[in-house]
Design a protein. Structure first.
Length: 224
């Protein structure tokens, strides 16, 4: 038995479509579930939050249509990849679905091989999203491991300054005697800034000769 590649939910009011898609995707090793309407789909999604990868969603259904269900799905879990499916293709519908956040838009009747390729690409996007979230969590943990410790009034003022300047694009100069924690404060500012997911590169300017400081930091062009 193949290892499950992803958890898929097929939402379509046509029994033949649900059965066909379920069999196709199960052969590819996916964990496939089906729903006949929007209410059943929402129930399944809410039963296992955070576990779904892709929803294949019919646009034309009795009751709540696919466009409204798509909005509900994204409210539940914005990371779920939604692929819209329909027998009633139109440019306006396609544009509307994609603007609302759908990953792609396919029409009936389906080409099984083409749909399988589309699903693999959708799952790759979902996997990248999960890896990005995991990396961000790890970076946040690393940032927290070097947080400044202190409860005094002076330290509270430092915390407040860090929170004030971190979200801005302003240049910040930290002054103080050696050993007072300037680099620690700089790291705290970086950890709370919009650039926290990018590297922070400390440079020991004191170790560079004054005459070559600028060329070492910014480069040097011969003859300039």
């Amino acid at each position: 038995m193949k290892e499950s590649q992803g958890r898929i939910l097929v939402v379509d009011d046509e029994l033949s479509v649900r059965d066909s898609l379920r069999e196709w995707f199960r052969k590819d090793g996916h964990d496939v579930h089906v729903a006949a309407d929007a209410q059943e789909a929402l129930h399944k999604l809410q039963e296992r939050p955070g576990e779904w990868d892709v929803v294949l969603l019919d646009i034309k259904m009795p009751g709540m249509d696919g466009m409204e269900l798509q909005r509900r799905i994204q409210a539940l879990d914005p990371a779920i990849v939604v692929v819209m499916i329909t027998a009633y293709a139109s440019v306006d519908t396609a544009v509307s679905a994609l603007k609302s956040g759908a990953y792609d838009y396919v029409t009936k009747p389906f080409d099984p091989d083409q749909l399988s390729r589309l699903l693999r690409k959708a799952l790759q996007q979902r996997q990248l999203q999960r890896e990005n979230l995991r990396l961000r969590d790890q970076l946040q943990e690393l940032g927290r491991s070097g947080e400044i410790i202190g409860q005094s009034r002076q330290m509270q003022e430092v915390y407040e300054l860090v929170r004030t300047v971190a979200p801005t694009d302003s240049t910040v100069i930290l002054r103080g005697e050696s050993g007072t924690g300037k680099e620690l404060v700089a790291r705290a500012i970086h950890a709370h800034s919009k650039r926290r997911y990018f590297p922070l590169i400390p440079v020991n300017c004191g170790a560079l000769a004054e005459g070559i400081l600028e060329s070492e930091l910014f480069g040097h062009e011969r003859g300039s």
